[in-house]
Design a protein around this ligand. Sequence first.
Ligand code: NAP
Length: 278
Amino acid sequence: MTAELIDGKAVAAKVRQEVAAKVAGGPAPGLATVLVGEDPASEVYVRSKRRACVAAGMAGFHRRLPGTATQQQVDEELARLAEDPAVSGILLQLPLPGHLDADALIDRIPVHKDVDGLTPGNAGRLAQGRDGLRPCTPAGIERLLDEYAVPLSGAKAVVVGRSVLVGRPMAHLLLTRDATVTLCHSRTKDLAAETRTADILIVAAGIPGLIGREHVRPGATVIDVGIHRSRAGLHGDVRFPEVREIAGLLTPVPGGVGPMTIAMLLANTLHAARRQEP
Ligand code: NAP
């Protein structure tokens, strides 16, 4: 069996078009991006987010602080954006410089402007199965699964990785959709024994090539969240050539999950804006 590839670029383009069409029908939402320091990868991500925001017809508010900014300075900037009625969503680009307390700063983002879905308010709502703003990468994966008509209700889903950004919210989203969910991490005793039970396997461990043929049940849907740069290009957490021979559906890297993250950020910003309208 050779897996069908999931075209994340095409689905992301569709989401972005949907968002742009809805933006055109009302007041322009505003997305504030906050970048602290000079991390080159973060600069690239923030630039892409700002461009996508403008392309969708939204207003962009960018705040750039030096790597030496104090906790209080970042805190005050977030407080100003929280008060600004033109700002519908606030994105604090992570990771922050090591001297800053990221959790305390995330707590400063109002739940209704938390377009990254990272505040305890939104994480708690998701854990309780209530409405809220969802973290962009797991929300993008949910959309990919829906676009490819992968049944979630009753499916056995295994998530590898339990980060606040990806693994945990992914597990909760799948649970909300009535999958039977196993969450694996670095202390899991026999990873392959767990992952081989999966109808849907989602890998967000940040370990290049962690998952191979021996981890995958024939015909399973495999979603690779990992992104690793090497001289040969981008790779994921999944050994693509061998898993492609056994999976039913598979996301490539690049062109799978990656494009969905920004698309869902736009969708979240639109959602946040429309809920804030009087
Ligand atoms: P993270 O915060 O480093 O978390 C990694 C998780 O994987 C941890 O829970 C860790 O377990 C677990 N893990 C590590 N080694 C493992 C092993 N051998 N077996 C099982 N589990 C293991 O990473 P993240 O932020 O979730 O990101 C994961 C990957 O996705 C990275 O490559 C990142 O670049 C990528 N990413 C991509 C996108 C996108 O848009 N495509 C978005 C976000 C992240 P412990 O908790 O026990 O340490």
